[in-house]
Write a protein of this length. Structure first.
Length: 150
């Protein structure tokens, strides 16, 4: 990243206190894919010794925010990205560090075209949460919007 512009991960850590609280690690944050890791931390374990469901939700939502910022950061002067709704499914027991990988559910150009047309576009971001062994422990979809500035 340039000396004047922070990385997407640095920007999120600076502006989203919960990401700092959970010590999330931004491994990749691009317009095509974002990867964020939650280290194994006993303070955030549940009753079975894995990451708490709330920590996993925050991890996945943060990964979705990273890809949204990377894909639509050039639109921030005219619209604010907002999460509209989210659904998560916990598939397998998570133990140790877990990683969330987010992907846009619609082409960014299509979303921007709707914004250009004066609409308030909505678009899904799909996230997989995996253990170190690659097993999918959770799946989440966050629907985002770009709300035009007044």
């Amino acid at each position: 990243m340039s000396k004047t512009m922070p990385s997407t991960g640095d920007a999120l850590l600076a502006t989203v206190p919960m990401a700092r609280t959970l010590n999330l690690v931004f491994e990749e944050a691009g317009a095509d894919r974002a990867v964020v890791r939650l280290p194994d931390q006993p303070d955030y374990h549940n009753h079975v010794g894995g990451p708490h469901a709330g920590a996993m939700f925050t991890l996945a939502e943060t990964a979705s925010g990273a890809i949204v910022l990377a894909a639509f950061g050039d639109q921030l002067s005219r619209a604010v990205p907002l999460a509209v709704r989210a659904e998560i499914g916990y598939k397998k027991l998570a133990k140790g560090p877990v990683t969330a990988t987010a992907r846009l559910g619609r082409p960014a150009a299509e979303v921007v075209a709707e914004l250009d047309a004066g609409e308030r576009p909505e678009f899904p971001v799909h996230i997989e949460i995996t253990r170190e062994d690659g097993a999918v422990t959770g799946e989440m979809t966050v629907v985002w919007t770009l709300r035009p500035n007044a």
